[in-house]
Ligand binder design. Structure first.
Ligand code: ZN
Length: 395
């Protein structure tokens, strides 16, 4: 069943490829075939997938195969987007008992499902319990990244036709999604009530998983909107399956240094390498139709630099509109033997920005997945050159 659906999704994937250079234009068919064979299971870290049962609940019928089909399709989508963005065919590995089946751990909570609601800290309580449980037995935890799936509530408001009630968001490296009876790959991509529900909840699962894999919100550029559709970490949770949906280069640069995407064991992640990064100078020039920015820094371990341009203020749920410009594997300045990056950011690529007060966040992504950000606030009417040396945020 899964293979059949892969093929029905191929036209959508093909629509997502026109920006590739000529050499790679044959990629959809061969990449899809290759993606089906890629031994992600041999990667050293695996996503922890946990089915969360309140003490009064049982799993929804068929959950193992339904969720396996969907997780493997999501894995393929992430892999092909990494490839298209130049980071190679890599995706989040899953523990599997067969090529078609993902090992989904069952967690039985001590309290009834109603104790873990969407709001009032329900997700944080569930995440704390699950993470403690993953650590309680050696070998149970497969990485620092966890996807928790809750069966929908059944009450006067929620049911299989209107799933919900449960946590559905990212919480650091843990994220929450939900399951219901028709959460089934056979409905994906269909313009039916079941199909539209799949886009909302499966697109939603892939979006929340993105948060759990370190990705913040961001927006497609004008060119991307015209050619690739909606960014998954923008409003892609409302389009995936029904309309072209893609991942930005900024999102993939973050996955490039995510623990789960490591092909080989031995490297430590999230060790705060960013702490020692020295950013020497950031120069910005605001011209009529373009912002140019350049930065010098001292470190051999910066893997990518991302410039986010967004309306002020910024914050976890205030940055859906963030335009993004990414320089992966920054080059070295041969004369000074120091790395530097430069960006040219046309306003025409950011029509979604509407406010007079804007800001730029320059994120330096280290090889261990940690980052340092510099934040520059400005007014759209600003003209001329500005030099900034102040560091705002590190994580
Ligand atoms: Zn989000």
């Amino acid at each position: 069943m899964m293979k059949r659906v892969y093929h029905s999704l191929l036209p959508m994937l093909a629509m997502a490829m026109p920006l590739l250079p000529l050499q790679a234009q044959d990629a959809p068919a061969s990449a899809e075939a290759e993606a089906a064979l890629i031994p992600y299971a041999e990667f050293p870290y695996k996503l922890n997938v946990v089915y969360f049962l309140g003490s009064d609940r049982e799993p929804i019928e068929g959950y193992e195969q339904r969720l396996s089909d969907l997780l493997l399709l999501g894995q393929e989508f992430y892999g092909l987007e990494m490839l298209r963005n130049g980071f190679g065919l890599r995706s989040f590995p899953l523990e599997q008992s067969s090529p078609e089946k993902v090992n989904i751990l069952i967690y039985r909570a001590p309290k009834p499902a109603s104790e873990y609601p969407y709001s009032q800290g329900g997700g944080s309580r569930a995440a704390a319990e699950v993470n403690a449980w993953l650590d309680a037995e050696e070998g149970r935890r497969k990485s620092q990244h966890t996807l928790i799936i809750f069966p929908t509530w059944y009450d006067e408001q929620y049911n299989d036709l209107n799933p919900g009630g449960v946590p559905f968001y990212g919480l650091g490296r843990t994220c929450c999604a939900l399951d219901y009876k028709n959460f089934d790959i056979q409905h994906l991509g269909k313009d039916t009530p079941e199909g539209r529900l799949m886009t909302k909840w499966f697109g939603g699962m892939l979006h929340e998983l993105g948060h759990g894999l370190n990705m913040p919100h961001n927006h497609a550029s004008a060119t991307e909107t015209a050619t690739l559709g909606t960014a998954l970490m923008g409003a892609g949770n409302y389009t995936y399956g029904l309309k072209p949906t893609f991942m930005t280069k900024a999102s993939c640069a973050i996955l490039d240094v995510c623990e789960l995407f490591a092909c080989e064991a031995g490297q430590a992640f999230y060790t705060d390498k960013a702490k020692n990064l020295k950013i020497k100078d950031i120069k910005i020039n605001f011209a009529e139709d373009v912002i140019t920015l350049s930065a010098d820094y001292q470190s051999n371990e910066v893997k990518s630099v991302i410039c986010y341009v967004e309306d002020a203020p910024t914050g976890a749920n205030l940055n859906y509109e963030a335009a993004n410009f990414t320089e992966a594997f920054p080059r070295r300045d041969v004369d000074k033997d120091e790395p530097r990056v430069s960006f040219t950011m046309p306003w025409a690529e950011m029509p979604q920005l509407s406010k007079e007060d804007c800001l730029i966040r320059v994120r330096f992504l280290m090889t261990d997945g940690s980052y340092k950000e510099e934040q520059i606030e400005f007014k759209r009417s600003q003209r001329g050159e500005v030099s900034i040396k102040k560091t705002k945020m590190s994580k």
